[in-house]
Design a protein around this ligand. Structure first.
Ligand code: ADP
Ligand code: MG
Length: 292
């Protein structure tokens, strides 16, 4: 494309809240035939609400919540924010925390009141050899409802389960229909479990889900698609999406997401509305048509 048509195209895109980092990205985007979307904060609003608390025998609910809230306090994950909000709304005070560690894709680890706390996925519990009793059945039920359920352990012992429910963006379903109508396959990749992921995917018309991925796993899956000849756009908002955003043919970061995602991406979608994906592709098609 000529510098003039690129300038004009970039300008029109910017008016729609689609910021291309460079002209070459505007030239490449029309090749996209596969769109990979992250779940939390991309398809969903990313502001989940604490809905369920299940305590192990002999555990006190308020004490458990106080430990969880304290452990999550330093996490920047959207899940942490909603968990803390839910806990503070119940007037529960948080405690002193040491040795906080965020384990991307797994959860968090911290010492609260001299006790070792873990909050996160089944994989996190496996990693630390925590035995989970029949509670997994409760977890599966929560996940089938589309909720994200997390296991909690205190001093190496199962202590309970908490779950949060996220809402789907009003525009996600239509935006995905538009991509399908353009002949583009849409795939959801998430660090969350398969049951939750499928429940959300089904509501927005996504057929294919690749769940339980660690950040590097998302990037690996994008590479596999590319090896099959796919031209892949990755759309995400989180730190956990950064490696995949960087390897994709085109990385699209949600403007309401983390700075790290925006740095790794080629395009920032200011509006967070997934309709911007189709708009970006159309903008690129028009720009390329202008120069022929
Ligand atoms: P997504 O791809 O949906 O944005 P992530 O890769 O960020 O998900 O996280 C994957 C899973 O790891 C979450 O569904 C959750 O179970 C767990 N997890 C991540 N961060 C936290 C946290 N701060 N507290 C508890 N669990 C967490
Ligand atoms: Mg996300």
């Amino acid at each position: 494309a000529t510098p003039t048509s690129i300038m004009a195209g970039s300008g029109r895109a910017a008016e729609l809240g689609i910021l291309f980092k460079g002209g070459e990205h505007l030239e490449q985007t029309h090749h996209i035939n596969t769109v990979v979307v992250d779940k939390t904060g991309t398809v969903t609003n990313g502001q989940p609400v604490l809905t369920d608390v299940v305590v192990a025998d002999g555990m006190n609910v308020r004490m458990l919540l106080s430990f969880i809230g304290s452990a999550e306090k330093q996490s920047e994950h959207p899940l942490a924010e909603s968990i803390i909000r839910g806990i503070e709304q119940q007037g529960i005070k948080l405690r002193e925390v040491r040795d906080f560690e965020a384990l991307p894709g797994y959860g968090v680890k911290a010492t609260v009141n001299q006790r070792a706390i873990l909050v996160g996925t089944r994989k996190l519990m496996e990693k630390y050899h925590i035995k989970i009793p029949n509670a997994l059945i409760i977890m599966e039920k929560l996940e089938a409802e589309g909720k994200t359920a997390m296991i909690v352990s205190i001093d190496g012992k199962y202590a309970g389960i908490i779950a949060v429910a996220d809402t789907i963006k009003d525009t996600s379903r239509q935006a995905i229909e538009r991509l399908h109508a353009m002949g583009i396959e849409v795939i959801m990749m998430t660090g969350d479990n398969e049951r939750t992921a499928k429940a959300i995917a089904q509501q927005v018309g996504i057929q294919r889900v690749i769940p339980e991925l660690l950040p590097e796993g998302k990037a690996e899956e994008v590479k596999k698609l590319q090896a099959l000849g796919r031209k892949v756009a990755m759309v995400g908002d989180g730190i956990n999406d950064a490696p995949a955003l960087a390897v994709a043919n085109i990385g699209m970061a949600i403007g309401t997401g983390t700075d790290i995602a925006m740095e790794a991406a080629d395009i920032t979608l200011i509006r967070g509305d997934l309709n911007s994906i189709a708009d970006a592709i159309i903008m690129s098609q028009k720009t390329m048509a202008n120069i022929k």
